[in-house]
Design a protein around this ligand. Structure first.
Ligand code: TXA
Ligand code: MG
Length: 325
C-alpha cells in the first residue's frame, strides 16, 4: 500500500496551529505531534480510514497494533477493562510514559484496525502539553505510533519526522526535542501478574516499587511479545558494534561516560554517566552518526539499570541482523 503524496506543513505548536491540526484530525488527516517520549503520528483512533492512512504513511504491517492516546485517564478507562494492577499503574503514572495493555471494553470505540484485530488495547495518557492539548481539541482518542517509517529510528525532533514522512502526512507540530527520548514502557495487565512487554522511558524499578510485585518476564508468561517488537527494528543504516571497549579506524563512536576516549567521530550519550540524559540523546545521536556516513558505529557498554534497560533494548534491536533493503 502506498500513501498518495500530500503537502506536509511544519509549524510551531501555537494555539492557532493546534486548532487547525485538530480540525485536520477530525477530518481523518494525519498529524505528527511531540510527546514526552518520541514524536507520534496521530490519527483519529475511531476512524478506520485515518488508521489505514497511518499504516500506509509508515509502511507498517497492519498486524502491528497502535497505541490509543487519551487526554485524561478517565476517558482511557472507559475503553478497556482495568484490573487492580492497571488501576494502580494509571493512578501512579498517568499522565506519563507508560502504556497499559488491557482487554477492550464492550463499548470500545477504537477501530479494530488500530487494534490489529486483537481483543486487547494499548492505552496511554501522554504528559506532553502539546499532545494533551491536541487530543483534547480533537475530542477523540488518537492512534499514534512513533512518527518514523517502519523499521527506522523513532523521531525525537520535528526534523527527524520531516526526514522520514515529508509528503506522506498533513502536519508536523514542532515542539522541539522530546524530553525523554525513548518510547513508553509497555505493561500488559490481562488478569494474571502484570507483564513487561517493552522496557521504555519509565524504569521497571519504579513500576515494581509502586505495585509491590515483580513484573513477569516476557518468556515466563508464555504469551507473545508486543507484535511490533521484531528483532530488527529501530535500525540506523550503519552497523552497530555493541559493548565496545575501543574504536576501530573506520568506526564512528557512540560513547557513554567517556569510556571510549577521544576519536574523530564520537558522540557521548552522557559524559557524566547519567542514564536519563543518555536516553534523551540516544536516537538523535544515532541519526547524527548515521548521517555522517560511517559504515560502523562502536557503542560503549551501557549499565543495565534504570533507563539503561530501554537503551540496551533499542541498541540490541538496532544491531540485530536485518534483510538488506
Ligand atoms: O512512547 C510511545 O509509546 C510512542 C508515543 C508516540 O506514544 N508510541 C510508540 O508506538 O512507540 P509504536 O507503535 O511505535 O509502538 C507501540 C508498540 C508496538 O510494538 C505494538 O506492537 C505494541 O506497542 N502494542 C500496541 N498495542 C498492543 C496490544 N494490544 N498488545 C500488545 N502490544 C501492543
Ligand atoms: Mg515505533
Amino acid at each position: 500500500m502506498s500513501a498518495s503524496p500530500r503537502p506536509t506543513r511544519l509549524a510551531p505548536a501555537d494555539s492557532e496551529t493546534l486548532r487547525a491540526a485538530a480540525e485536520v484530525l477530525r477530518g481523518g488527516g494525519l498529524v505528527a505531534m511531540p510527546t514526552e517520549t518520541v514524536y507520534g503520528l496521530a490519527g483519529d483512533a475511531t476512524n478506520d480510514r485515518a488508521v489505514a492512512a497511518i499504516y500506509a504513511a509508515k509502511g507498517r504491517p497492519d498486524f502491528n497494533p497502535l497505541i490509543a492516546h487519551f487526554a485524561e485517564a478517565q476517558s482511557a478507562a472507559r475503553e478497556a477493562e482495568f484490573d487492580s494492577f492497571a488501576e494502580k499503574l494509571a493512578a501512579a503514572f498517568w499522565p506519563g510514559p507508560l502504556t497499559i495493555v488491557a482487554p477492550v471494553a464492550k463499548a470500545c470505540r477504537v477501530s479494530l484496525l488500530a487494534r490489529a484485530g486483537l481483543d486487547t488495547l494499548g492505552l496511554r495518557v501522554p504528559a506532553h502539553p502539546i499532545a494533551r492539548a491536541l487530543i483534547a481539541a480533537a475530542k477523540v482518542p488518537l492512534a499514534a505510533p512513533s512518527a518514523n517509517r517502519s523499521g527506522r529510528l523513532s523521531p525525537t525532533t520535528a526534523a527527524h519526522v520531516l526526514a522520514d514522512l515529508d509528503g506522506r502526512i498533513d502536519w508536523i507540530l514542532d515542539g522541539g526535542s522530546t524530553p525523554l527520548g525513548v518510547e513508553s514502557t509497555i505493561v500488559a495487565c490481562l488478569g494474571g501478574p502484570p507483564r513487561l512487554l517493552r522496557p521504555g522511558a519509565l524504569a521497571r524499578e519504579r513500576i515494581e516499587a509502586e505495585l509491590g510485585v515483580a513484573l513477569a518476564r516476557q518468556s515466563e508468561a508464555g504469551a507473545p511479545l508486543a507484535p511490533g517488537m521484531l528483532a530488527s527494528h529501530y535500525a540506523p543504516r550503519a552497523r552497530l558494534r555493541l559493548e565496545a571497549h575501543d574504536v576501530g579506524r573506520n568506526e564512528a563512536a557512540l560513547d557513554f561516560a567517556g569510556a571510549l576516549g577521544v576519536s574523530t567521530s564520537r558522540l557521548d550519550l552522557s559524559p557524566d554517566g547519567d542514564l536519563d540524559e543518555a536516553a534523551a540523546n540516544l536516537f538523535a545521536y544515532l541519526r547524527a552518526l548515521d548521517a555522517g556516513g560511517a559504515a560502523r558505529i562502536a557503542v560503549a557498554p551501557i549499565p543495565e539499570r534504570g533507563l539503561g534497560v530501554a537503551i540496551n533494548d533499542r541498541l540490541r534491536r538496532a544491531a540485530a541482523p536485518r534483510p538488506e533493503a
